[in-house]
Design a protein around this ligand. Structure first.
Ligand SMILES: [Zn+2]
Length: 435
């Protein structure tokens, strides 16, 4: 692995022991951040090292996208402004049924291009044909937490859990440790209790976290109350799901009892404000979750319900929604929003030593231009990153100590080829010509 010295950068470490920002150097070796200095102290090395003049960059940890369905970029803009049920049943599920493994491969690559160029260095994914997703992750250099989406009803329910376990055996730890595998029961309304019990036993046996959609819509919670006499969160607690490590996506409709259970069980939340707003699902009670001590990361969800994979946008939405809805501008200040998009997201995905610029941590970092009009003046860097900066400001991306993007250009992926392949496949799937 290469050894890289970033010289003279403005650094936002997103580290509570080093709040705010400072100017300094960062040395990366063996995939880790080995040293950080603060001016006037400088880092000098005697061994050969690639030196990057980072004087025009703001360095921060890479964004961690805690929930999504990457290959759904193929359905970006295909069906918008519809109720969730109609959107799924009449639009999304019919085209998803036509997806081939090759479609998933190219769709995932397109999403990875978008995420890397927008400063995301880790993403979570729940979908199918996951071998192709893992292959795309391995080739691209990005970090990922992957699971096969498990549906516990219908003809494939018996084999889906076996496939999920096999996916773990085939891929966990590959890509030099960048590929992490969990189990992925889709949701309580697609996974009945008997099926979930089997998933829980498998997770316990394999020591794997679980990714699941919980309490996304009011209708889902109401249907659960009618069938089981309790909320989805209480149902999961009764089934023993929360005795495992759980990443719960959405959690929009929660009552106080739900939040208490989630805090006590250390359930991690993937908050997807953009998707929840677009599908008219509501707004998750993030301020209450944070006050209760729940770890909350941020996610984009699939691009079909977003319609982009821009974590700067999700970070800003999370902060602004919490302030506006609670009429309290002090909620989710810039430092906290940055933590949610980085280190809290990594913790939500059960990744260790990831999401901060800190000695001994994985060298996942991004460089943001400080030369754009909206970066002048730069009084407060965390506030700039939250309120002014955007995905298009990203100039440099490093994952696991490897440079993936420099001067805004991807070093290894053929962006033009990926865009052309994905566009052609999307047109074929949806029956719409390319424009
Ligand atoms: Zn989802």
């Amino acid at each position: 692995m290469s050894k890289v010295l970033f010289s003279g950068a403005m650094i936002v470490p997103v580290d509570e022991s080093r709040p705010g920002f400072f100017t300094g150097d960062i040395l990366v070796e063996g995939g880790l951040i080995s040293k950080i200095s603060e001016f006037p102290e400088r880092i000098t090395t005697e061994t050969e090292v690639k030196v990057i003049d980072a004087g025009r960059l703001i360095l921060m940890p890479g964004m961690v996208n805690t929930h999504g369905h990457a290959a759904m970029v193929l359905f970006r803009g295909y069906a918008d402004d519809l109720p969730l049920k109609e959107w799924l049943e009449q639009k999304i599920w019919p085209v998803e049924a036509k997806l081939t493994s090759e479609d998933i491969y190219w769709g995932t690559l397109l999403s990875i291009v978008e995420m890397l160029k927008g400063g995301t260095t880790t993403f979570a994914d729940m979908y199918f044909y996951m071998d192709q997703v893992a292959q795309a992750v391995g080739e691209s250099g990005i970090r990922a937490v992957l699971c096969r989406g498990l549906i516990g009803v219908g003809e494939n329910s018996a084999t889906s859990l076996q496939e999920g376990e096999q996916f773990y055996r085939d891929w966990h730890g590959r890509g030099a440790g960048r590929i992490n595998v969990t189990l992925g029961p889709h949701a309580p309304y697609t996974c009945p209790p008997e099926f979930l019990k089997k998933v829980i036993i498998a997770a316990d046996r394999l020591h794997l976290p679980l990714q699941i959609h919980l309490s996304e819509t009011a209708g889902e919670v109401e249907a659960c109350r009618q069938e089981y006499g309790c909320s989805p969160i209480v149902l999961m607690e009764r089934l023993g799901l929360f005795e495992q490590k759980v990443i719960a996506a959405h959690c929009v409709h929660l009552d106080d009892e739900d939040i208490q259970i989630m805090a006590r069980r250390q359930v991690r939340v993937a908050h997807n404000p953009g998707s929840n707003l677009k599908l008219g699902s509501g707004v998750a009670p993030v301020a209450k979750l944070l006050a209760a001590g729940v770890t909350v990361g941020l996610g984009t969800d699939g691009a079909a319900s977003n319609n982009n994979l821009d974590m700067f946008e999700e970070m800003r939405l999370a902060a602004l929604l919490a302030k506006g809805i609670n009429r309290d501008p002090t909620l989710i200040p810039a430092d906290k929003a940055l933590r949610m998009a980085t280190v809290d997201g990594a913790a939500a995905l059960f990744l260790e030593k990831t999401g901060q610029l800190k000695e001994g941590f994985r060298a996942d970092m991004i460089g943001i231009s400080r030369e754009l009009p909206h970066a002048v003046p730069l009084h407060d860097l965390p506030a700039h990153l939250l309120y002014s900066a955007g995905a298009a400001d990203v100039r440099l991306v490093m994952v696991d100590g490897e440079m993936i993007l420099e001067k805004g250009e991807l070093l290894y992926l053929d962006e033009e080829k990926i865009k052309a392949e994905a566009a052609a496949r999307a047109a074929k799937l949806t029956g719409r010509s390319e424009t």
